[in-house]
Write a protein that binds this ligand. Structure first.
Ligand SMILES: C[S@@+](CC[C@H](N)C(=O)[O-])C[C@H]1O[C@@H](n2cnc3c(N)ncnc32)[C@H](O)[C@@H]1O
Length: 462
């Protein structure tokens, strides 16, 4: 929402806003730094000290948005809609996902800002302090050319699918004439509308991507207000903490009974040192790029990578008659298993210690003769009593782990996949790339994943 230039001014007002809203900031302050905004200790801090304490009513979650909508008619009229923009009842709101609830909140905030309405808005100072799209640098906001530099890495397909999904959801919601009119009316009748172009009376796709980037890079798991169950939440001020797994000196804590989310120091922190948290111990470089738009400087290779397995089996017609009869028989069986596996992504998960797992490859390696028909109507395919659904979600791998023959076949497929397909694909895309923007991050990711693949051991390591 804000340009990079005026963001530092907004950060100054954020602290005052936080105090007025009952958020406590102790021994630290929000400052612009080399990784965007961050939190810095203002004096020496002991381990276990509270740095930031945010009451539940200032944690942006489903509960707070629904409550806020009670006094904000425009937000309420956006919330009470299905994914196609059609009106729904209060009772049907439970069918709208947490993520969609947060998205509608941000749409309302962006448009309220555009109509020049600063009155009665309890969240404006925080929303206005959030980074611009370019600062976050998530692949969903990259140019097409930069996205192509991700080809061969574990997140190329995921990035394209996410963009398509976002476009689909965006179009579906805003294809509703009623929603478009509602927005136009709201923006144009504001006290000081900021209308520079025709499209300012709409919510642009780039705003939708901006909202997605805010949610992806800043959300945490928090408790619902009345249930000890986790939901998606954004926690103002705590969301200013940057990541460092090696030098992390703080963590966030949930206190369900006290109804607060806190940022607490885990070590002593010297004055002027940045307060850093660990965004996730077992996240891989790909996941960091995908969700946060950067790769931690401390990564020497990817920690873990989920490579999407390309089509290994080719087209039925094309290869018919090719090769010896027994080979094509085997291919036919593999194709039948591939079909059974369904349309879910086929993944090879490789870890830094060189081990790998893959339900898909394990599934392909299961002995064909042991598949049978089960289920209540006898039409469901089963393997040793397990359904295909269970095999897809960990079951196939578990079979391989307990069956040396299955493991051996799966391992040989994994080896040739890594050696013949994934590694060469990465090598090919390893051309030097400029070190700025998306392409620089993509090049670094490819390099880390190449190192990771180079580590994979042959003969069925897991
Ligand atoms: C939860 S926010 C932290 C506050 C953020 N720096 C800001 O300006 O609002 C997460 C985002 O901060 C940035 N970030 C956090 N840790 C980083 C790091 N170690 N290196 C580079 N960027 C980092 C990334 O843009 C990431 O998506």
């Amino acid at each position: 929402m804000t340009s990079e230039f005026d963001r530092s001014k907004k950060l100054d007002t954020l602290a005052n806003w936080a105090e007025a809203q009952g958020i406590t900031i102790e021994s630290c302050e929000i400052r612009a730094g080399s990784n965007g905004a961050g939190l810095y200790a203002t004096r020496d801090v002991a381990a276990g000290d509270n740095l930031v304490t945010v009451p539940y009513h200032k944690v942006l979650s489903r509960d707070t948005v629904v409550e806020y909508a009670q006094t904000h008619e425009f937000l309420r009229s956006l919330l009470l809609r299905d994914a196609a923009g059609a009106p729904i009842s209060e009772a049907e709101l439970t069918g709208v996902s947490d993520k969609d609830v947060l998205t509608r909140f941000f749409i309302s905030e962006i448009l309220t800002n555009r109509r020049g309405d600063a009155s009665n808005n309890n969240w404006a100072a925080w929303v206005e302090s959030l980074p611009a799209l370019r600062e976050m640098n998530l692949p969903i906001a990259w140019d097409r050319q930069d996205i192509e530099d991700l080809a061969g890495t574990s997140i190329y397909d995921a990035t394209l699918s996410k963009i398509n999904f976002l476009k689909f959801r965006y179009k579906r919601f805003f294809e509703s004439i009623e929603v478009r009119n509602l927005i136009k009316e709201y923006v144009t009748t504001g006290p000081a509308p900021k209308l520079r172009t025709e499209s300012d009376v709409e919510l642009a796709f780039k705003d939708w991507v901006l909202i997605e980037s805010w949610i992806s890079s800043r959300s945490l798991e928090v408790f619902y207000r009345d249930q000890r169950e986790l939901c998606l939440g954004l926690v103002p001020v705590v969301d200013m903490a940057n990541h460092d797994s090696v030098h992390s000196n703080a963590k966030y804590e949930l206190d369900f009974d006290g109804k607060v989310v806190s940022l607490v120091s885990t070590t002593t922190i010297a004055a002027n040192t940045e307060v850093l948290i660990d965004y996730g111990e077992d996240k891989g470089a790909g996941e960091f790029v995908f969700s946060y738009g950067f790769i931690p400087a401390t990564f020497n290779d990817a920690v873990v990578a989920n490579f999407i397995i390309p089509d290994l089996l080719g087209d039925e017609e094309e290869s018919e008659g090719a090769g010896p009869a027994d080979e094509s028989d085997e291919l036919t069986v593999l194709r039948a298993k591939d079909k059974m596996f369904g349309t879910v992504p086929r993944l090879l998960r490789v870890k830094a210690d060189g081990t790998w797992t893959s339900d898909y490859l394990s599934f392909l390696a299961l002995p064909a003769g042991e598949f049978s028909f089960g289920g209540s109507d006898g039409t469901e395919v089963e393997f040793r009593g397990a359904s295909v659904g269970a095999l897809r979600a960990g079951g196939a791998q578990a079979v391989a782990e307990n069956d040396a023959a299955v493991m051996e076949r799966a391992a040989s497929m994994a080896d040739s996949l890594v050696v013949d397909v994934l590694r060469p694909e990465l090598e090919q895309d390893a051309a030097p790339v400029p070190s700025t923007g998306g392409a620089g991050v993509a090049g670094r990711l490819a390099e880390l994943e190449r190192l990771l693949l180079a580590k994979i051991k042959t003969s069925g390591a897991r």
